[in-house]
Design a protein around this ligand. Structure first.
Ligand SMILES: CC(C)(COP(=O)(O)OP(=O)(O)OC[C@H]1O[C@@H](n2cnc3c(N)ncnc32)[C@H](O)[C@@H]1OP(=O)(O)O)[C@@H](O)C(=O)NCCC(=O)NCCS
Length: 389
């Protein structure tokens, strides 16, 4: 039997023009542009256009794209009614996944299959923030806030959650976070989206599958776990003992380590700077505690396993969102409202690639290892003569 490639590590399954990770040098490229450059000069809306359309938009194209997003921000009124029927402690990722799948039941898109996919992408990018902001208000038993067409994508999301227009600094911080999370090559949720798209299922099905994959704590759910960890630690003097105990018990320190980066995740570099700046302004202790977690984990992993480990995107985003007063369980949904631009671009690439090698239905193999009586040859036993194990 051949050795298995557990977790599909180092298996190349497709060609992509959307993004590339240079794990050795800590670089992330969207459609040829370094994210460091995009963070300095672009916006989330423009970056979404870039991911979907293969190049940066002209001024007119960006204005039209912005208009399309603004016009698609509303969600169907019955969806808000449905939210009222949810348990108020339901996880926002569960709700998001369910309502994305539900979109297919509300809208009829027109045009070629490719045009329909673009229209669905606009609907998702525009409506997912509305879903999350509305849910956050419904669960707090507050009136939902209608979208404000004069605001940017990011500012409108913050406004719909809080009912107040954000100051430019807050808007810029969150917009930067959205740019940084927008795509990341063939990560677990993107692969889930592409795998569903490979069956020719539509965009909403593929994206709801991706949201399910992102919710797991080894993937997007890690940013929530990081904030839980920081609150559990509580103060900087407790970090060392906390991390040492965790690692001695063979547990994982969330926000550390990455399947591809063998050096500092470039997104963590930027998020760390933002978190440090914000903490200096607010006086919050969370940046300093996070930095200490990073230092102790690096030292301990070296000592215990001789292994180099670095922060990933989730380590510093957790404290940043907390300092922006965003409820902790919205950390992963915010990841999703950004990553949807990447997911949608991958679904379109998967379904409509024009150049060879054209994607095919994903269908890996597995080794069948029989349990009771060898791989085959079990004789069917009537239920009356079966015994409890
Ligand atoms: C992301 C992650 C799954 C990538 O891991 P990977 O490179 O595929 O490596 P593995 O999961 O196979 O782990 C390799 C070894 O490193 C250890 N390791 C990796 N990340 C670790 C972490 N954050 N804390 C403690 N140990 C860790 C594993 O325990 C394992 O040790 P072992 O070989 O003795 O069993 C892993 O680093 C992790 O679980 N991180 C925490 C969750 C997280 O932050 N996820 C967000 C990712 S963006």
């Amino acid at each position: 039997m051949e050795a298995k490639n557990v977790g599909l590590r180092n298996v190349t399954v497709a060609d992509t023009k959307i993004s590339n990770i240079d794990g050795e040098n800590g670089k992330l490229i969207y459609r040829g542009y370094d994210i460091m450059d995009l963070v300095k000069n672009s916006t989330f809306e423009e970056t979404s256009y870039l991911l979907l359309h293969n190049d940066l938009p002209s001024k007119k194209e960006l204005e039209e794209f912005h208009k399309m997003l603004v016009n698609a921000r509303d969600i169907p009124a019955p969806m808000i009614k449905n939210m009222e029927n949810f348990r108020k402690d339901a996880h926002p990722m569960d709700l998001l996944q369910a309502f994305i799948a539900e979109l297919g039941g509300y809208y009829v898109e027109h045009g070629t299959q490719k045009e329909v996919s673009y229209e669905m992408s606009i609907n998702l990018i525009a409506k997912m923030p509305t879903m999350i902001a509305c849910w956050d208000r419904v669960r707090r038993e507050e009136e939902v806030v209608a979208p404000d067409p004069t605001l940017s994508h990011c500012a409108n999301f913050l406004y719909m959650m809080s009912g107040k227009k954000p100051d430019p600094e807050t808007e810029k911080i969150l917009d930067t976070c959205l740019i940084l999370h927008a795509d990341h090559s063939f990560n677990a949720s993107t692969f889930a989206a592409r795998e569903v798209a490979s069956t020719r299922a539509h965009m909403y099905s593929a994206i709801s599958a991706a949201v399910g994959a992102l919710s797991g704590q080894l993937h997007g759910g890690a940013n929530y776990e990081v904030m839980k960890m920081l609150l559990d630690i509580g103060s900087i003097d407790k970090v060392e003992a906390w991390v040492k105990e965790k690692l001695a018990n063979k547990d994982r320190v969330m926000g550390m380590g990455h399947a591809v980066y063998k050096t500092y995740d470039p997104r963590a570099t930027i998020l760390k700077e933002l978190s440090e700046k914000l903490a200096a302004k607010t006086g919050d202790p969370w940046f300093a505690i996070t930095q200490k977690v990073e230092e102790v984990t690096i030292d301990e992993m070296k000592r215990l396993k001789g292994m180099d480990i670095y922060p990933n995107v989730d380590l510093y985003s957790a404290s940043l969102y907390y300092m922006l007063k965003i409820p902790m369980d919205l950390n992963t949904p915010i990841f999703a409202i950004s990553r949807v631009s990447g997911w949608a671009s991958h679904v379109i690439e998967e379904a409509f690639a024009e150049a060879a090698p054209k994607p095919a239905l994903y269908r890996p193999n597995a080794d069948y290892v029989g349990k009771y009586c060898g791989p085959e040859g079990c004789a069917y036993k009537p239920i009356e003569i079966r015994e409890d194990e």
